[in-house]
Design a protein around this ligand. Structure first.
Ligand code: CAA
Ligand code: NAD
Length: 283
């Protein structure tokens, strides 16, 4: 199938990044969120990143204008009625996601593929609230989307080969590398990454070392571009906690228990970079 028109739902750090790379690659993109304020914030971030790309000589002014002209905003899911693909990037919560998917199923054309950027939630369960489970798939971009090359593509139990192929091709059109995985909690990326982050939080909780020391050990000792606590702040501590809870519930194994310090920070509203405070403070 040919994909031309895309809706991206959620204009947060992931949704805005996904909308940007899709528009940069020539797709018409409608960005959706609950409020115009959230949409304006998402578009402002995109404008800033494109302006920087022009300034750095990585993009022409013509491409910058064309990209922005391919982007529009809406607060209504009804506007998905001419889309070939919808990519959902709302909060990591099953109730919110299933509500979005069942509404989308009413409005998006019958041929449209519905993809979720979920970090860990079962694609099969999200697909089950629609009448087109064979056209539902996980399309897991990495943060920051404009920079990271991976898209983890998750096949739900009923995802068809045709849907998989269309999303694999489209990912390549975005100049990203697709990797196919099956539908188990946390997939591959967060089943491996998030327990490391959670364990790093335990080392702070148990007084083994200060956050700066933990990050320095992992950066200088393991050559990670960011220490695990800086990365946790960057991802969002609420998202990290949701993912640990999905792993814990999904496998029923105590090795995935979220660190109490992570819970405490999220309860306090310390969500990391996006809220101005997490393991570190941000201006
Ligand atoms: N958004 C868009 N572009 C960004 C960016 C952001 N938030 N941060 C950095 N960049 C770009 C910039 O364009 C910059 O290039 P310019 O200087 O030309 O503008 C380029 O990246 C390099 O940035 P910096 O020199 O400022 O910093 P850096 O070299 O340390 O790179 C980084 C920044 C790419 C984020 C790097 O630190 C990194 O790779 N960190 C680890 C990221 C990671 O692990 N991501 C996966 C998170 S897990 C996930 O996404 C899955 C999940 O479900 C939770
Ligand atoms: P975020 O908090 O930055 O953004 C979420 C956005 O969704 C907000 O703008 C919010 O207003 C909007 N939203 C909430 N409910 C909505 C609804 N019903 N309809 C439309 N918009 C709605 O979160 P994020 O970090 O961008 O994460 C979004 C998704 O991407 C989550 O599923 C997360 O697990 C996944 N993800 C996150 C990362 C990361 O590093 N943060 C990486 C990969 C995947």
């Amino acid at each position: 199938m040919s994909i031309q028109n895309i809706m991206v739902i959620g204009a947060g750090q992931m949704g805005a990044g996904i909308a940007q790379v899709c528009a940069q690659s020539g797709f018409q993109v409608k960005l959706n969120d609950l409020s115009q304020d959230a949409l304006d914030k998402g578009i402002k971030g995109i404008e800033k990143r494109l302006a920087r790309a022009v300034e750095k000589g990585r993009m022409s002014e013509q491409d910058q204008n064309d990209t922005l002209n391919r982007l529009s905003t809406t607060t209504s899911l009804q506007d998905s009625n001419d889309c070939d693909l919808v990519i959902e990037a709302v909060v990591e919560n099953m109730d919110v996601k299933t509500k979005v998917f069942s509404e989308l199923d009413q409005h998006a054309p019958k041929h449209a593929i519905l993809a979720s950027n979920t970090s860990s939630l079962p694609i099969t369960e999200i697909a089950a609230v629609t009448e087109r489970a064979d056209q539902v798939i996980g399309m897991h971009f990495m943060n920051p989307v404009p920079v990271m090359k991976l898209v983890e593509i998750i096949r739900g139990l009923q995802t068809s080969d045709e849907t998989y192929k269309a999303i694999e091709d489209m990912t390549k059109q975005l100049d990203k590398n697709p990797v196919e995985v099956n539908d188990f909690p946390g997939f591959v990326s967060n089943r491996v990454l998030m327990p490391m982050i959670n364990e790093a939080i335990y080392t702070v909780y148990e007084g083994v070392a200060e956050p700066e020391a933990v990050d320095e050990v992992m950066k200088l000792g393991m050559n990670h571009p960011m220490g695990p606590l800086t990365l946790a702040d960057f991802i969002g501590l609420d998202t990290c906690l949701y993912i640990m809870e999905v792993l814990h519930d999904g496998f029923g194994d105590s090795k995935y228990r979220p660190c109490p310090l992570l819970r405490q920070y999220v309860k306090a509203g310390w969500l990391g970079k996006k809220s101005g405070r997490g393991f570190y403070k941000y201006e």
